[in-house]
Design a protein around this ligand. Sequence first.
Ligand code: SF4
Ligand code: SF4
Length: 155
Amino acid sequence: MSVEAQDLKLLANDNRGQSGLENGSGLVGWEEVTQGSVLQSFDGNATGIALKKQEERAYSGYNSYTATVASWRIIKPVYNRDVCIDCQNCWVWCPDTSIISRDKQMLGIDYDHCKGCGVCVEVCPTNPKSLLMYGENTPMEDALSAWPEKKKKEK
Ligand code: SF4
Ligand code: SF4
């Protein structure tokens, strides 16, 4: 059974840079962490964690997955399911693991972590592309209704 993107409970919140790190006697800032410190990426036993879906993992507050970078973005990728061939190219190339794919089916964009770099659009092979960049505040319906037609090959 496929999972709809909106069903995924992403854990990010705006705690970027706010995590205090315990050094035994109190909390220190990120710039005070000494070499060799270990920041646990997960809370509790992480055995078999790779087999769990992202939204099921117990990420610790030190894991970047729990912090959103959405505020960095001024343009966003919009995904058009009607054109996508599920080739997974965008999933492979996204530098922020922000393409949501399950069972080799593209589901959409994780907008909590996408930085708006546009790499996914560059590598999308369809004609027209299945991902296009739009202004951050462009409504999805507007973007999808203005999707370009298939380009004819030049002879
Ligand atoms: S714009 Fe960049 S960060 Fe966002 S989904 Fe595409 S490749 Fe990933
Ligand atoms: S690269 Fe384009 S066609 Fe391939 S899965 Fe991503 S959106 Fe779909």
